[in-house]
Write a protein that binds this ligand. Structure first.
Ligand SMILES: Cc1cc2nc3c(=O)[nH]c(=O)nc-3n(C[C@H](O)[C@H](O)[C@H](O)COP(=O)(O)O)c2cc1C
Length: 364
């Protein structure tokens, strides 16, 4: 299976399967002298970790990260300093229950990747979905924690803005709420609404989708390239690479098609600090593939979890028509845990473009 790497200068290769011994990543191209601690990586992994509420899978994984290479310890014996050599990060799998999946060894779960993996490779690791499982995204979150350090003063935050047919009220958006509830929801009044809604979905053995918004602040003007390495193109590609993501928008996204030119254009004035000021941010911080200094804003749509308790029509590898009921432990809304994954993919993309910009222009 090729194509396990993304990025050009900040280059991340992930490895490992859902029920293998461990998973991880190798980051090649991280600049030297970046300081971080294992605890900092762990704090992001803890946001994505399963088993933390009744709204996510009950698989119990501590997701303890180990940094295997690419760093030396500072005098405090905690702070790690990158040496510019490949950084290898590893997370062990400890709570595999592969027998839950023996039923699907030759059966194709509708909406999952079982059939297409068989069609492509003629063999697949069916235990927990193997490489098609979002377990792989733990490695991306670990890489993202280091990526956040590459560009000075970068802040990348994510929030869940809708779940199924329920949406937050953007006028009540408060970043301070995001880490206080089970949904990464920025609107406190939507939390009980989401809770009741998702409880109903979960008890019915079903699942729902979600939309997640990622906002990156502190991105200087100039990152990206005009044609085949547009910043928005690479953000979209990397967000789209997350399991179950079916759509990505930058700035106004699809809504822009409904606006007039006057409403959609971000008018400019000179700011008090002598730098340009955009009076709105419909563009989501990117113009002509290049960042304009405003916050970079992306949204992505996550489909409902395909593994559901209710039977669905399918076929098996021998061509028999069957009904599939998925055993095992699953998230009723995978969009919740997709929030830290989206943040990580945005951070990796920006780190990569920051280094590419510095490499080509010598400017930062
Ligand atoms: C955080 C997260 C957790 C996921 N957990 C599950 C799961 O428990 N069951 C499931 O069927 N799909 C789950 N998925 C989605 C599948 O991995 C994905 O649908 C599958 O690989 C097929 O790929 P596609 O949906 O991108 O076409 C999860 C996705 C994410 C982002």
């Amino acid at each position: 299976m090729s194509h396990n790497t993304f990025g050009h200068l900040f280059r991340v290769t992930t490895w490992g399967e859902s029920h293998g011994i461990a998973l991880g990543c190798v980051i090649d191209g991280c600049p030297p002298n970046i300081r971080f601690s294992e605890m900092e990586i762990q704090s992001f992994l803890d946001k994505r970790r399963p088993g933390q509420s009744r709204f996510v899978t009950q698989r119990r994984e501590p997701d303890q990260v180990r940094v295997l290479s690419g760093v030396i310890l500072d005098d405090d014996q905690e702070t790690m300093i990158t040496t510019g050599t490949p950084i290898s990060l590893m997370i062990e799998n400890v709570d595999q229950r592969s027998k839950d999946y023996s039923d699907i060894a030759r059966r194709y779960r509708p909406g999952h990747a079982d059939y297409t993996y068989d069609a492509k490779y003629g063999i697949r690791d069916f235990r927990g979905g193997g490489r098609s499982s979002a377990r792989e995204t733990a490695a991306r979150v670990a890489a993202g924690a280091i990526a956040r350090k590459v560009m000075p003063d970068l802040s990348v935050r994510g929030a869940l803005v809708s779940m199924g047919i329920k949406s937050v009220d953007r006028d009540r958006w408060n970043w301070g709420e995001v880490d206080k509830n089970d949904f990464f929801c920025p609107d406190a009044e939507s939390v009980p609404v989401f809770t009741e809604y998702l409880d109903g979905v979960r008890k019915a053995g079903s699942s729902v989708g979600a939309v997640i918004e990622i906002v990156a602040e502190g991105v200087p003007a100039g990152l990206g390239a005009p044609i085949y390495a547009k910043l928005d193109q690479d953000i979209a590609s990397n967000l789209m690479s997350i399991n179950a993501v079916k759509g990505v928008e930058i700035g106004n996204g699809f809504e822009a098609a409904r606006l007039t030119g006057e409403a959609n254009a971000d008018e400019m004035r000179m700011g008090n600090d002598g730098s340009p000021l955009f009076l709105s941010n419909h563009a989501g911080g990117v113009l002509g593939g290049i960042s304009n200094g405003a916050p970079v804003v992306a949204r992505f749509a996550v489909k409902p979890t395909s593994s559901i308790l209710n039977p669905r029509k399918s076929i098996d590898a021998d061509g028999n028509e069957i009904d599939v009921v998925t055993k095992g432990r699953h998230d009723p809304c995978v969009g919740i845990r997709a929030v830290p994954i989206g943040e990580a993919m945005m951070a990796c993309t920006l780190a990569d473009h920051y280094l590419r910009h510095r490499g080509q222009t010598g400017r930062v």
